[in-house]
Design a protein around this ligand. Structure first.
Ligand code: PLP
Length: 359
């Protein structure tokens, strides 16, 4: 089965093998060495000198950690929303009592940096900007470099969901002055689900010391003090740590720039293939993501039936649309362990499955 959903993604055999290792004491020396080396290597891949933490949770837990460690109830924040995950980020902040001002763009269109500037100019009480780098739900990558430059022009805290981009699409965390950035093991990292990874800048630590949102499990100050002794506050997903270590070796061997370049080539194969079948991309093509391709369901085709046929007859698993895009689009995940040949095969199978999915 070719699993081509935007997470969880397939894991190379050696990554799966790493997970079969026996457990170790998470308060012992061996685990201390593991977490220290993983953290140091992640900093290189995040392109940052900031602190990096490995939290045992899915990506959404990491998003919650970002919010509750930097904000207080009543804080005004600007949440850039142009898809399902931007809405989730805004929703978490709202749930913990932030006063969320949404800057919404139609799903499939990019966030306009000039609109961000206008919003920040219009309200000096805004404390932080929340943004989704790669909107997995619409297959679109926002122009984070421009958005970050504007957020910094106004000296705002910049909180970034890079769950489906970091490690696959270039995101130089320090160069783009991102204060908190979150990603998750099961996306481009070629590892199983289980951990979120979060980087925290000096400015974010200052915010952390003032932030009054309730937090316990995701308290990053606790994570920092435990990391100093080579531990996590709570029992970590030890097997996922093993797997991540092996997966990072593969990324390091390939070289980060080569990993980014491969994602560009694979995404180009996907987009060109889709167009060659006469199908249309859902997002604005100039902003089409290099980790997930969203395709408009063509007239007369039943998307659910198409995905079922692909799965049952052609051994390819793709994703549907989320929420208001259900039935309207379908998506090919191409992040992590994926080659151009894999995606060429998906396109070939899609071509034969399409005529069978008339609905
Ligand atoms: C997958 C994803 C999430 C959610 O991550 P979970 O691990 O499912 O909690 C959030 N944001 C983006 C952009 C994602 O791609």
């Amino acid at each position: 089965m070719q699993l081509r959903v935007p997470g969880p993604t397939p894991c190379p055999e050696e990554v799966l093998q790493a997970m079969t290792r026996q457990m170790i004491n998470h308060r012992g020396k061996e685990f201390g060495e593991l977490i220290h080396q993983l953290t140091d290597r992640l900093k290189v891949l995040f392109q940052t000198k900031n602190d990096v933490f490995i939290l045992t949770s899915s990506g959404t837990g990491g998003m919650e950690a970002v919010v509750v460690n930097t904000l207080s109830p009543g804080d005004k924040i600007l949440a850039i929303c142009n898809g399902f995950f931007g809405e989730r980020f805004a929703g978490i902040a709202e749930q913990f009592g932030a006063e969320v001002k949404r800057l919404s763009f139609e799903w499939g269109t990019p966030a306009d940096p000039e609109e961000v500037r206008r919003a920040l100019r219009g309200d000096s009480n805004i404390k932080a900007v929340l943004v989704t780098h790669n909107e997995t739900s619409t297959g679109l990558t926002n122009d984070l470099a421009s958005i970050s430059a504007i957020a910094k022009e106004f000296d705002k805290l910049l909180l970034v969901d890079a769950i489906s981009s970091l490690g696959s699409i270039n995101l130089p965390v320090d160069a783009w002055q991102c204060d908190v950035v979150v990603t998750a093991s099961q996306k481009g990292w070629m590892a199983p689900p289980g951990v979120a990874m979060v980087s925290v800048s000096q400015k974010a630590w200052q915010a952390q010391s003032q932030a009054r949102m309730p937090r316990y499990y995701f308290d990053l100050a606790k994570a920092k003090s435990f990391l100093e002794k080579g531990q996590t506050p709570w029992t970590p997903a030890v097997s996922t740590f093993y797997a991540l270590s092996t997966a990072l070796e593969l990324i390091e061997q390939e070289g980060l720039p080569n990993v980014f370049a491969r994602h560009v080539r694979v995404a180009t194969t996907a987009r060109e293939g889709i167009k060659s079948l006469g199908l249309s991309l859902f997002p604005d093509e100039a902003f089409a993501s290099n980790t997930v391709t969203a395709i408009k369901t063509p007239q007369g085709i039943d998307a659910k039936k198409l995905l079922q046929i692909l799965r049952e007859e052609y051994e390819v698993t793709l994703s549907g649309g989320q929420q208001k895009l259900e039935g309207k689009i379908f998506r090919i995940g191409h992040l992590g362990w994926v080659t151009e040949a894999d995606i060429a095969e998906v396109i070939t199978k899609l071509q034969v499955a399409l005529p069978k999915a008339v609905g």
